[in-house]
Ligand binder design. Sequence first.
Ligand code: BG6
Length: 512
Amino acid sequence: MNKFKNINPTIIVIFGGTGDLAKRKLFPAFQNLYLDGRMSEKFQIIALGRAEKSNEEFQSYVLDNLNTFSRKKGLSDPETQKFLSHITYQSFDIDKEDSYQRLNATINSFDQAFGERANRLFYLSITPSFITTISSNIKKIGLAANAKQDRIIIEKPFGYDKTSAIELNEMLSHTFKEEQIYRIDHYLGKETVQNILAFRFGNSMFEPLWSRNFIDFVQITVAEEVGVEERGGFYEGVGALKDMIQNHLLQILCMTAMEAPASLEADDIRNRKADVLKSIRRIKPDEVDHYIVRGQYDAGFIKGNPVPGYRQDKGIAPDSNTETYVAMKIYLDNWRWQGIPFYLRTGKRMEEKQSSIIIQFKPVPHSSFSYGKEGMTPNRLIINIQPSMDIKLQFMTKKPGLSLSLEPAEMIFDYFSCSTMSPEAYETLIADALAGDPTLFMRWDQVEQAWDAIDTIQQVWKTIAPTNFPNYKAGSWGPEEADELLARQGHAWIRNTQNKIKEEILDDTDIQ
Ligand code: BG6
């Protein structure tokens, strides 16, 4: 908490200030930080966009959006009005040096008003193809000349494969030092994702069990109900592997599998995460089909409502081969996890929104209890990241009654019972960037390793087009091949339907 007291005067420049991310996430995050007293008294947001607008017009546009997207709405709230007065709009052409000169003049005028040279935070909320132009102009004009005070936040994707990411990083390094670059993965800002570290390393009882000796397998699911919505132009040609696996799912994998860091210092934590990424077993081109399944949704029904197939979505080619679903089996070649499969899956237009980690423990070595025809339900630890935010431990207990038979039970820690108002991921991340704490951001070696881990898959998929797309129905749990991927090993995706899990356990129908 103390770090917020030390937030220095800061000028925040948002490239893409009129874009979707800014309106849905960035301005609400800044507003909430401001209302919670987590911004310096001296701060200014300069939003850049192509259109001509006055400050008043832009501030009223931000206010409308806050009322739709912010967790603390506040149309009539005087504090929100004060917050708005800290926003300046400037029309901007990314390709024109003159625009950067004008930006420089604006920044300098705020420095003068503050009576000191403020920190500068450049937020790049734009398509990656503009990063090079922006970065080289920032260098040319000297906008980020102070390595201790100036930072840049870059949204994913950082490059589109390993080679392009290396090039991008090399180019950025002409303007920014590594410690100035904050590569964002918003999953790392989620409360429940951060709690994985607290849960693992703030308790002694799980650590002895947290290895190949007691764990049978791990499943990480990030399922979405939504399709590509208005983002077809971006998503087409990108796909789930690059959009979700390379970043969000591999980061969750790191949090689940990493060794204890020597301290909570940024580099100690990031070193241990980088170790996990390095230990991911690299697969050969002819093994890709054995370890990974790709899918694309067809028309179907979600919660009873008809939805079109991916190829019918706006901005999508009618013969598109972009994958909207990936399931994969990962092995980590290290002492702790040798031989234990980590199953990762993510998809759009799935039956329900659900992000979770399921740790399945090994079965008891021998059981004298009688328990149905399926045998006993293994012990499981389920960490629900969203929309449920809880941790469940499932175990067997004696069924009340005269006979000695067992039934599954669970213990639950539910976030909502502790707090109904947890900060949004972007609030946490922006607060950290303002305070100069890079722990929750991706260091370059992590990004490079993450690209390396999926490089072969990308290359094989680029050359061999799928023959069976679309291969899963919207509203389902993905293609059948994803079930086969686990069945080969005698495993199955565990049904973790949010809120219904208790009844499911009691019915003992735990296979999806
Ligand atoms: C983004 C992806 O990074 O994460 C989107 O680009 C995806 O395709 C989104 O929908 C999911 O984020 P969340 O926080 O809604 O789970």
